[in-house]
Design a protein around this ligand. Structure first.
Ligand code: KDG
Length: 310
């Protein structure tokens, strides 16, 4: 069954890669193998909450591409909008030093996903999802992905943007600023607010994003929790983090975004959506890996129901 005969709630455009992880590749004899990608992580959270989520991407005709497809399907993410291309699947390496520092080495330049174009965005739009997710990370992969992000953001009725700025990739702030009037939900990290809005002061971030045309903002502040839209005089409110154990912070922002968007799609308000996002982020950081800590489908359904009453 394709996404066209089974309408998707959420489509995310992005690159999913094979990840090799070890303490240090200078002397590691073994490494653990995972599949990672910010948009896939977000979609996995949406799927776990019972909504239909699809990845729009390209992978190579190689074992890495097949592994990405299998991992996405195992996470409940539809792959009918992922095409197989002649270029290789992107891979990356993560060193988790004993000092807690994480070093990331990408081998994604020239990858299948870096050749995405407006054609891929066209396929995503033809699937008529209720919500399209774009990210600065995808736009930073090259000129084709940049135009795919632009095309999808301009063509979709409801758009979520997660800037996902990555210091190792070229800057994309200019494009993201031009897209803000199309953005329904902006889910950004406090560390991304500086480059985009010239401030990390939450009141200013909300004010500047709204005056740039964004309809709704959620500001992720890591261990300090998040800020969500609110009807009160300030126009926003703070929600403390729900995390009690932090084994691996990677993937927290994606889980938050997936939970937030799924909750909004089923009718929760911004407060309930932020609460659900925080609960999923807390679950993900308690377990090593980007998505391994997501709650079970039954737990996720109970959390989604609880978000509706907040
Ligand atoms: O950094 C990237 O390109 C990734 O998408 C890898 C990770 O899965 C991602 O950073 C988690 O948000």
């Amino acid at each position: 069954m394709s996404a066209l005969d089974r309408p998707l709630d959420v489509v995310g455009l992005g690159e999913a890669m094979v990840l090799l992880q070890a303490p240090s590749f200078e002397d590691a004899a073994t490494a653990s193998v995972h599949v990672a990608g910010a948009e896939l992580n977000l979609l996995a959270a949406v799927a776990r909450l019972g909504l239909r989520a699809g990845l729009c991407s390209r992978v190579g005709n190689d074992p890495f591409g097949r592994r990405v497809l299998t991992a996405a399907r195992t996470l409940g993410v539809d792959t009918s909008l992922v095409s197989t291309a002649p270029e290789p699947t992107g891979v990356f390496f993560k060193e988790l030093g004993a000092d807690g520092a994480r070093r990331v080495h990408y081998y994604r330049s020239g990858s299948a996903a870096s050749r995405m174009s407006a054609v891929d965005a066209g396929r995503a739009l033809a699937a008529r999802p209720r919500l399209a997710v774009v990210s600065g990370l995808t736009a930073a992969l090259g000129p084709g992905p940049r135009s795919a992000v632009q095309h999808l953001a301009l063509g979709a009725d409801v758009v979520a943007l997660d800037p996902n700025l990555r210091p190792h990739l070229p800057p994309v702030d200019d494009l993201l600023l031009t897209l803000l009037p199309q953005v329904t939900y902006l889910l950004l990290g406090l560390d991304e607010a500086g480059p985009l809005f010239g401030t990390t002061e939450p009141a200013q971030v909300f004010r500047r994003a709204r005056s740039a045309g964004v309809r709704e903002v959620a500001l992720k502040a890591g261990a300090d929790g998040c800020y969500h839209a609110d009807d009160g005089p300030a126009g926003f409110a703070h929600l403390p983090s729900a995390a009690t154990t932090v084994a691996d912070p990677v993937g927290a922002g994606d889980a938050f975004a997936g939970g937030y968007l799924a909750a909004r799609l089923v009718g929760a308000g911004p407060r309930g959506a932020a609460w659900l996002g925080s609960r999923l982020a807390a679950a993900v950081v308690a377990t090593p890996g980007d998505t391994e800590g997501l709650p079970s489908a039954a737990e996720a359904a109970a959390l989604l129901a609880a978000a509706l009453s907040r």
